[in-house]
Design a protein around this ligand. Sequence first.
Ligand code: SAM
Length: 244
Amino acid sequence: MNIENYKALISAETMMGPNSARILAELLHKYPLQLASDESILDLGCGTGLTSLILAKETGARVFADDLWISAEENRKRFDMWGVGEQIVPVCGDANNLPFEKKQFRALISVDSYHYFAGNKGFFQEKILPFIKDDGMALIGVPGLKEEYTDRAEELLSDWLGADASMFKSPKRWKEIIGSDNCSESGDRIELVDTWEMECFQKAWGDWLSTDHPYALGDGTYFETVIQPYTCFVGMYIKLKKAL
Ligand SMILES: C[S@@+](CC[C@H](N)C(=O)[O-])C[C@H]1O[C@@H](n2cnc3c(N)ncnc32)[C@H](O)[C@@H]1O
């Protein structure tokens, strides 16, 4: 994808943190999505729906844009304004109790939100995996800890994040959390889990910090001392096995 195509829409009004379009671009570059036009994608924790718009444009597939804090009505207005109201279904749902059919989606995408709800072992298998088709995939990008600081989140980040510091985990820790089939719900459906430190860190943070959003101004005061030295973005790819 060419991020320049979406530049006009990337602003303090649509961003809720480091530029989600850059994180999505890197995920899709490393693990391209191949979908038939009658297949569906779930964009989980989509916020204002910027990533949902990009997924709709780049894949041609139907996108279900789910978020907890932003209402479906608000996102519907934005999707209509962007001309993709027919292709994107806005949903207001909690990842702990998703309102979808089993095996509805070929792919699940989640940018800068999975760490809010999925940090416990077994969550993926119990709450997410049932909704993904056989041979499908999940692609996830979250802020996390650089590998060398694994398990030191509270010590290093609590001045910046308070109690939310515990949500930040290293690529290695996320791989342990997602694991493989460590839960009876999953049967034997996971083929492979890859986690890595993403490359878009500087640019994604740079785009966010250059806005005049009040949260960006707050983050800016910790960037040099906390965010840049200790944190990264963690990419995650989970590939499901083909049907037996
Ligand atoms: C920092 S915002 C990021 C939004 C968007 N993905 C982006 O990158 O701009 C985190 C998002 O996670 C969503 N979220 C948090 N907990 C959730 C849950 N339990 N179920 C679904 N979404 C959740 C919030 O509604 C919020 O929009």
